[in-house]
Design a protein around this ligand. Structure first.
Ligand SMILES: *[C@@H]1O[C@H](CO)[C@@H](O)[C@H](O)[C@H]1NC(C)=O
Ligand SMILES: *[C@@H]1O[C@H](CO)[C@@H](O)[C@H](O)[C@H]1NC(C)=O
Ligand SMILES: *[C@@H]1O[C@H](CO)[C@@H](O)[C@H](O)[C@H]1NC(C)=O
Ligand SMILES: *[C@@H]1O[C@H](CO)[C@@H](O)[C@H](O)[C@H]1NC(C)=O
Ligand SMILES: *[C@@H]1O[C@H](CO)[C@@H](O)[C@H](O)[C@H]1NC(C)=O
Ligand SMILES: *[C@@H]1O[C@H](CO)[C@@H](O)[C@H](O)[C@H]1NC(C)=O
Ligand SMILES: *[C@@H]1O[C@H](CO)[C@@H](O)[C@H](O)[C@H]1NC(C)=O
Ligand SMILES: *[C@@H]1O[C@H](CO)[C@@H](O)[C@H](O)[C@H]1NC(C)=O
Length: 619
């Protein structure tokens, strides 16, 4: 904050209050009112000298042009396919009008906030100020409180409504943290760890034995041809299993190309270097001695003590980087997590590490070509205007040729079983409607959402059921054109009245595709462990895309970038269709897998060999 202390700002608050307050309220209008999710309980008023980091989003009047550009460069049938935009081109397309910049500057100046007090995103579409709560309350005509999460005991400073001068409503799209109750921690794709290797199906342990799998469950599945796979893959999913099942075979990427893969970690999940070496010794001996880079954002820590190794972080780096090895690999550790402790001297960690990560990555000249993220939140806990802005940031990465994969979640259609008391499957829009709860960012149309599968009694794969692959339909983002036919076909084929009123029939459906997601054999704190979750599926799928990028880069072609237009145009070709299993929850049987796209496993799991030949044919 460039030397400006909260004390200085506090004196600004008082001065501003003395001068501006009496006259200005009349022209204020409410900008947003929300209902806090029922598990956030209001505690006390917020200390007015507590410093918060306020993000002010200015409208992006030409966002529709950016969106057009994203689809043009990502649609394999378009003449601009692969001609990704530069950072500068993207920034020009999302820049706000000068009139908005001027209006907001003028407003900030009324409170003594000049250019030296503010940070701006490279495109100038965000203004960020660190100010005391008292000043924010004055500027937004609101009252902040300390709220506590009854489930997790996290606390944070929020309000349920805020206002802006009427003349600014068209120049400011959103201001947060105000009404946003998401924390990115509730919905972290929940992984399950097995502590022992005892209680699992018997298999043929003869070295080199291949599975003689049971006959396929139905004719569509039978039509999917899998190569033979080691029988042990039913018990321990290893890098070798993924190579066999997904027809990667011994394909080797070229380390000298400018190819890259990254995974994003939050909430003090540390990827342990030593565990990676143990993992490589077990599953990829030729990689022993190689490494990944760690980038710390917003004070993200990187504690390398073995006990602090994160299950999620280790899973991500071991499988994403192991499968993509030796492609250049980066792990992002982003700081910021509850609990918030009212502390006068430090800026509140806004519990929005995801936005800090986006700011960082968008400012890079070169962004990793594939990035996997295994975190998310119920869409409804993020105010729609803010979710749209976050999704618009993901669209900027898509325009620049970055593939973003997100796990679809591990709680089926909502948040586990229906529970009226904790309002688990109820809307928080005030109407308290019983419904499925879609997840964000999986619901953003510019990312590829990855569901989970498993092998039970041999191939073909089925939707995972030890936990349920997250599935659903967005309430914020309408169904994008690329998936219109595939999703409509699924909805049309649903039994009459199934899940009626519980999901949004016009929203973006997810996941888009799937990958194995259970019994992954990793190293954690010095011990081999098995772990599952769609948080395994996303990094595994991301690595397959990094390998496809390798094939394209070797041939002098562009990286794949935003995948969905390509995936849906293939209409199932290049993917193993998953037709058995379901995604349940909220007291219902949820959605079923079907032939073709379904909201449990999308189009299914990748067949690298077929996809490679196809993407090499795309100029
Ligand atoms: C699974 O992995 C564990 C840990 O390395 C090992 O003890 C066990 O024998 C493996 N099981 C199979 C079937 O490969
Ligand atoms: C890799 O990128 C760097 C920096 O952009 C560039 O100088 C170099 O030529 C690239 N190498 C290859 C093999 O494309
Ligand atoms: C990996 O990188 C870290 C940080 O630079 C270093 O401490 C560690 O020794 C490296 N491990 C290997 C095997 O190179
Ligand atoms: C990956 O590439 C970046 C940028 O070129 C470089 O700084 C980093 O050291 C590389 N990481 C590894 C693990 O090779
Ligand atoms: C980090 O690791 C050290 C041991 O190297 C441990 O003592 C310490 O408690 C850890 N810190 C955090 C914040 O976890
Ligand atoms: C359903 O989704 C559409 C966008 O496709 C949205 O406009 C509408 O408000 C949503 N309905 C509900 C009940 O959330
Ligand atoms: C859902 O799938 C699981 C596992 O495949 C199966 O046991 C269960 O019967 C299925 N439920 C429904 C309602 O089809
Ligand atoms: C694996 O990919 C190759 C092309 O690289 C293809 O010829 C082969 O049919 C594929 N195998 C299966 C089982 O799909």
């Amino acid at each position: 904050m460039n030397g400006l202390t909260w004390r200085t700002l506090l004196s600004l608050v008082l001065a501003a209050a003395a001068v501006a307050s009496p006259t200005k309220r009349a022209d204020y209008r409410i900008k947003q009112t929300v209902n806090a999710p029922s598990y956030w309980v209001q505690q006390s008023s917020a200390p007015e000298d507590h410093v918060i980091r306020l993000r002010i989003g200015l409208p992006q009047p030409n966002f529709h042009l950016l969106e057009e550009a994203v689809y043009a460069v990502s649609d394999p049938m378009h003449r601009s396919y692969g001609k990704h935009l530069s950072k500068e081109e993207v920034e020009q397309l999302i820049a706000p009008h000068d009139a908005s910049l001027d209006a907001v500057n003028e407003w900030l100046a009324e409170y003594g906030l000049q250019e030296e007090h503010i940070e701006r995103s490279p495109a100038r579409d965000w203004v960020i100020i660190n100010i005391p709560v008292g000043l924010a309350e004055d500027m937004l005509d609101t009252t902040y409180s300390v709220w506590k999460n009854a489930k997790t005991d996290e606390t944070m400073v929020r309000t349920t409504a805020y206002s802006l001068p009427a003349s600014l409503h068209s120049h400011i799209e959103t201001v947060q943290p105000t009404t946003m109750f998401a924390t990115w921690s509730n919905f972290k794709a929940g992984y399950i760890i097995d502590d022992d290797f005892v209680d699992f199906p018997s298999f043929d342990s003869t070295p080199g034995a291949k599975a003689s799998f049971a006959p396929a469950v139905n004719s569509i599945a039978a039509a999917t041809t899998y190569p033979p796979v080691d029988a042990s893959c039913q018990v321990n999913v290893t890098l070798s299993c993924l190579r066999q099942i997904y027809n990667i075979s011994d394909y080797m990427p070229d380390a000298s190309l400018n190819n890259s893969i990254a995974t994003a970690g939050y909430l003090e999940e540390f990827a342990n270097f030593e565990d990676l070496q143990s993992f490589y010794a077990l599953e990829l001996p030729e990689a022993v001695g190689t490494n990944f880079s760690v980038v710390s954002i917003s004070g993200g820590l990187n504690n390398q003590s073995l006990e602090e190794a994160g299950a999620e972080a280790n899973l991500d780096v071991q499988f994403a980087y192991g499968l993509a090895w030796p492609i250049n690999a980066t792990y992002y550790t982003t700081g910021g997590r509850p609990p918030f402790v009212p502390d006068l001297s430090t800026t509140e960690n806004t519990n929005e590490p995801y936005n800090d990560w986006l700011d960082y990555v968008l400012a890079l000249d070169e962004v990793p070509l594939v990035i996997s993220t295994s975190y998310g939140e119920h869409e409804q806990t993020i105010p729609e205007d803010y979710a749209r802005r976050a999704c618009a940031s993901l669209a900027q990465l898509a325009a620049r040729g970055v593939t973003l994969t997100f796990s679809s979640g591990d709680n089926g259609v909502g948040d586990g079983e229906i529970d009226p008391e904790s309002h688990t499957c109820y809307s928080n829009d005030g109407s308290d409607t019983y419904k499925f709860l879609p997840a964000f960012p999986a619901s953003c149309p510019f990312v590829t959402a990855v569901g989970g599968t498993t092998i039970v009694n041999g191939l073909p794969e089925v939707a995972v059921s030890r936990f349920f692959s997250g599935s659903g339909f967005s309430d914020y983002f309408e169904r994008p054109e690329y998936q219109a036919d595939a999703v409509q076909a699924y909805i049309d084929a649903m039994p009459e009245g199934a899940n009626e009123g519980l999901f949004n029939t016009t929203g973006r459906g997810y996941p888009d595709i799937a990958a194995l997601g259970d019994y992954f054999l990793i190293y954690l704190s010095g011990t081999p462990r098995r772990i599952g979750g769609t948080s395994a599926s996303s990094p595994a799928f991301a690595a397959v895309i990094a390998l496809l990028n390798d094939a394209r880069l070797k041939a002098g072609l562009s990286p794949l970038g935003f995948l969905n237009p390509l995936i849906y145009s293939l209409n199932g070709y290049g993917f193993n269709d998953i037709t058995v299993g379901n995604s349940t929850g909220c007291g219902t049987t949820g959605f079923n897998c079907t032939p073709g796209w379904d909201p449990v496993t999308g189009f299914g799991t990748p067949n690298f060999g077929l996809l490679k030949d196809y993407v090499l044919s795309l100029e």
